[in-house]
Design a protein around this ligand. Sequence first.
Ligand code: PLP
Length: 376
Amino acid sequence: MKIPILDLKPQYTSLKMEINEAINRVLESGAFIMGPDVKLFEQEVATYLGIKHAIGVNSGTDALVIGLRALGIGPGDEVITTPFSFFATAESISNVGAKPIFVDIDPLTFNLDPTQIEANITPKTAAIMPVHLYGHPAAMTQISDIAQRHNLKIIEDCAQAFGAKYYGDPAEQPSGNNAIHGKAVGTIGHVGAFSFFPSKNLGAYGDGGLIVTDDDSVAEKVRMLRVHGALKKYHNEILGYNSRLDTLQAAILRVKLPYIDQWNQARQKVAQSYNEAFAELPDIVTPQITKGHVFHQYTIRVLNGKRDRLKQVLANQEIGSMIYYPVPQDKLPVYQGQYGSCEVSEQCAQEVLSLPIWPEVKFNTTRRVIQAIQNF
Ligand SMILES: *Cc1c(COP(=O)(O)O)cnc(C)c1O
């Protein structure tokens, strides 16, 4: 039996009645654009995350673009971010006319290395965009401290981390910043951006995204930008976008939201069983399991040049695996020659391998993955 890297079917099967009912309700109502489900989802998700404003948009990419614009970031500005992410991260910065500045990652977390941020701050730096990659919260205590000292905005790319909570670095002193301890990612910076792309932890059945903020004026700007720069119809004040969250997707997300903690906990259990099984294997570095990590991906590092061979061996046994990401953002053709080296992220791009994980994955399935890797 083939093992995919992700199987969305069991989740749909378990919620089929509720989801079909929600879809039918929208179809019957005819309220397809900004229908009641959008507003209700926004309220429910704001309560879940513990934030004042949650505003649905068309995608996670749009959430980043509109979030940046709502913070006033544009031409002439620099935004510090990680090279080791999906291209939407840097693309959003470039698309608003600002310049991404890539700061290398910590190989243990795959996230921005906070100790290297300050050396990259210039008079043009306007913001830091951390990514909570694979569902692992970035080092928000250090990033918040730096942003405060240098008067920078923080926009969190939470596309892979819906429901993740920040409990601080394990190495951190207990006297650290307690105010952000236990907060949901996305609610720590000035703006949080989420994606509901079907494969994400909270996935719709099409595109969708969300912007969250506690700032009233940023929220108002976001609401304007998502409908052509107008708060009042036919009273367009700025250049905006057509980027509403689809009502059908909002209705589906309302069904799924109450289950997200249970699903994320199930993901962490899968990660735990993988970590235990791989603990003694010499060429494998297992991911850190921290409280609040939601394991959008379970990603190991395979050392000594063996990654591609392992991937092939798994493929031969019909076991899916993926490389997220084979090329760091700063080395993509679009930025050809514009940036120097972020060595850790380049090394990780050669070593990372993401293995099958989803909340409902069966023990027999992960056991086959584990045995295949142990045999290798
Ligand atoms: C998926 C993803 C995005 C973009 O989300 P879309 O909804 O696909 O536009 C942005 N950043 C990261 C890190 C992602 O994984």
